[in-house]
Design a protein around this ligand. Sequence first.
Ligand SMILES: [Zn+2]
Length: 153
Amino acid sequence: MSNMRINKNEPQINADERRFMISELKISHRDIDLIHSELEANKPYEACGVLIGTINGSTALVEKALPVTNVKRTRTSFELDPKEHYDAWNEAENTGKEVVGIYHTHPVSSAVPSLWDRETMQNDTSVWLIAGADGMRAYVWENGIKDVKITQY
Ligand SMILES: [Zn+2]
């Protein structure tokens, strides 16, 4: 269990069927810049955080990217700080939003899910945004990795 990113005591992401239909992630230039800054600032370790916003049909709209401490602090995996993750959930809920996804960085490799990512994604139905050395890509798990189109606004 120590490898599990999500602690049982944390609010869980609902295995809501609609998430499996998400095909587009809209994110602002400001948040893209923020994630790039986080990637650089935490090198050579991975950085991570949550994406807060709303889901409309097949589109997840990110209204705020919120950095969360990577308690694992390794070059190849991440674990969201449980307290910060919980606070982010509360903040989202209190403002009528939700955590539509999570992001993490691959400072020295491409934005392709690692083996660890793939295993962890299977327990998390939200959108996974990965900022790699070669740019950003987004995914959801639906009986396998499915690409999500990133649109900037
Ligand atoms: Zn990864």
